[in-house]
Design a protein around this ligand. Sequence first.
Ligand code: NAP
Length: 525
Amino acid sequence: MKLTGNLLIGAREVVASAGHMQALNPATNTRMAPDFAFGGPEEVDRAAHLADEAFDSYNSTSLTVRAAFLERIADGLDANAGVLSERAALETGLPAAQLAGEVTKSATQFRQFAEVVRQGRFRQATVDPAQPERAPRPRMDHRMQKIGIGPIAIFGASNFPISYSVAGGDTASALAAGCPVILKAHNAHPGASEIQGRIIQQAVRDAGLHEGVFSMLRGDGNAIGEALVDHPLVKGVTFTGSEAGGMALYRRAQLREDPIPVFTEMTSVNPTFVLPHALAARGAAIGDGFAERMLVNVGQACLKPAILLAVDGAGYDELRQAMSARVTAMHARTMLTPAISLAYRRGLERHYAAGAETIAAGVGPAREWDGQAFLFEVDGSRLLEEPALLDEVFGPAAMLVRVADSDQLLAIARRFRGQLSATMHLESADHALAAHLLPMLERRTGRIVINAFAHPQEVSYASIHGGPFPATSDSRFTSVGMSAIERFLRPVTYQGFPDALLPEALRHGNPLGLWRLTDGQLSMN
Ligand code: NAP
């Protein structure tokens, strides 16, 4: 696939109106062709008008047509897996084999959402038939289904250049919900973004859909993102990135004349609690497993376990030793962008200043944007005094907390802000303490894991990749998993409708064969 660097607005390629850039290979610190166009508010306006024009027809596509469209995107990803993963590797410094796995994950997500669309349960079709004889007042026939909320602006993430980027879960779930997508590509991987954008653009064409179902923009600095969030025809936003960026966009959207939902995924340290009997029984294995996980993706992962808390006692030294050994053996590796690499170094400085002690350091950097691994240690009492130590350092660093006793462990648990995940390592003799900890974790996280190391998020029906602020801006929703579609839906009731005017999902005789809630009972009637 030939890269042109143009913006993709509907079916068209659009050349730069606001400058251009070249991709950076962060491993070699060299720029790569071609020039990638920057757009501005004019391009945002064009894409938003096209998306708005596309909405009515796309939102009312049959379940079969919409599902087949999503599968076309999946097929396009599979067909271009080699070129996509190779380009993404050059632009991110991540291994091509790992990125090939990301392509597969993305293609699988589109197929899974195609299945969600075919099942039609997302419509939540609900039927309350007329009760003309009801006293004192007859009931009118009224029926409810969920429909898409309108065009969605999606900010592609920097750290997973495919599965959280242009062809990522946000795009798959928004398109599944019936919402056109305007994608703001991340400048960290413009070539990989263009390949994914072209795959989706081609799928729109092949499926015979309105061209405005998908556009992909790119811009310099905040102006393009701000124009997207401000645009009156944009009806929802998703974002993965920093807390500062996510909250700036969130606040902006709430100041619009018509505030819109903004689903941000921002920051999480994913605390790990090692309970005393588990520590005594297998401290070394837990330390090793934790350290292995924290180094994945050079620590640039939303689910990186960044803080491990263990009560000082039997097994603590073994755990500390195992973590240190892994970190010491780790060679510094290229980080995603110069800005992320510099932010990582600033984060390390903040930890030193807050009183964290370095107990292990990986092999030093060989190249400019390499991130060196670090393991810090701090006492529980210090952590309670210094809340800055609970902040995320995005990169290959983590902190071991030497906790005095179980009471202090519970006191620290209460200090955590909202998290995507939390983990407990425990034996059956730890159940009493775990039962105390559990309600604190439920209040603070979207996912609680026992005796495992936060593996990449499953994309399934029970998956939750969300959590209270600041993990996300809305703890009621997930950005990964099949229920991610719910972010883009809203309910509409149709009262007193003749059958011919009802949406298919709500018609008499249930022609789509959906599970519907009829008079409060789930049935296929
Ligand atoms: P970011 O700086 O928040 O940027 C994400 C996207 O939002 C980019 O496209 C950026 O555009 C745009 N943006 C950010 N602030 C904006 C604003 N005020 N107005 C308009 N657009 C805005 O995130 P990043 O570049 O991916 O990485 C920076 C830091 O974010 C990392 O060092 C890390 O701390 C954090 N991060 C966390 C996670 C996680 O999962 N926990 C994931 C990724 C990043 P520009 O690029 O043009 O500025």
